[in-house]
Write a protein that binds this ligand. Structure first.
Ligand code: MN3
Length: 198
C-alpha cells in the first residue's frame, strides 16, 4: 500500500513563491487523496499490488479496465506530486550548471530562451495538467494527472504543476505570475543529478 511521503522542507519554506497554506493543502489533502484512491483501486485488483507504480503507469493497457482510469488518474497523481515536491527547494541556485546548462543553451540558444518556452507551454496549457522538462531536453505538457512514462516519453528531469489547486490561493487567476515565481524555487541540483543518470 502506498503512503503519503513527507515534504522535503517545511510548509512555509518556499514563501513567498508558494505560501505555506498552499503547500499544506496541496500536500496534506490533494496529494493524500491520490494516495488513498490509488490504494482503494489496488484493493480491487490485488494482482497488481506487487508491481511498481512506474510499472503500472508505463503499461496502462495491461491494467484491467475496471481500475485503469483510477490507476491512471490517482497513480499518476501520486507519481507526479511525489516527483514535484523534489523539484522545489528554498535554496534554488536559480539556474542549472554543468552539462545540463550547456546542453540547454545548445538546444534553446540561451537559458532564458528555454525559460521562456517552458513558461509559454505552462501558461498555454488548457485546463489542468503539468509541464515537464524531459531527459532529452524537450518540453512536454500532459493533461490532468498523465505522466511522461504513461505516454512513452523519456524520463522527466523537472515538472511544474499547473492545476489551479497549485496556485489559486496565492495567485487567483494569474497563472503566469505563479510560473514566474516558480523559477525562483527550482531545484536545479536534482535536475542535474537526474540528467547525469539518464
Ligand atoms: Mn497538484
Amino acid at each position: 500500500m502506498y503512503t503519503l511521503p513527507d515534504l522535503p522542507y517545511d510548509y512555509q519554506a518556499l514563501e513567498p513563491a508558494i505560501s505555506g497554506d498552499i503547500m499544506h493543502f496541496h500536500h496534506d489533502f490533494h496529494h493524500r487523496a491520490y494516495v488513498d484512491k490509488l490504494n482503494a483501486a489496488l484493493e480491487k485488483a490485488p494482482e497488481l499490488q506487487q508491481l511498481s507504480l512506474e510499472g503500472l503507469l508505463s503499461d496502462l493497457d495491461s491494467v484491467p479496465e475496471s481500475v485503469r482510469t483510477a490507476i491512471r488518474n490517482n497513480g499518476g497523481g501520486h507519481y507526479n506530486h511525489s516527483f514535484f515536491w523534489h523539484c522545489l527547494t528554498p535554496a534554488s541556485p536559480q539556474e542549472p550548471s554543468g552539462q545540463l546548462k550547456a546542453d540547454l543553451v545548445a538546444k534553446y540558444g540561451s537559458f532564458q530562451a528555454f525559460v521562456d518556452q517552458f513558461s509559454e507551454a505552462a501558461t498555454n496549457l488548457f485546463g489542468s495538467g503539468w509541464t515537464w522538462l524531459l531527459s532529452d531536453l524537450s518540453i512536454l505538457t500532459t493533461a490532468n494527472q498523465d505522466t511522461p512514462i504513461s505516454i512513452g516519453e523519456p524520463e522527466p528531469l523537472l515538472t511544474l504543476d499547473v492545476w489551479e489547486h497549485a496556485y489559486y490561493l496565492d495567485y487567483k487567476n494569474k497563472r503566469p505570475d505563479y510560473i514566474k515565481a516558480w523559477w525562483n524555487i527550482v531545484n536545479w541540483e536534482r535536475a542535474e543529478e537526474l540528467y547525469a543518470r539518464r
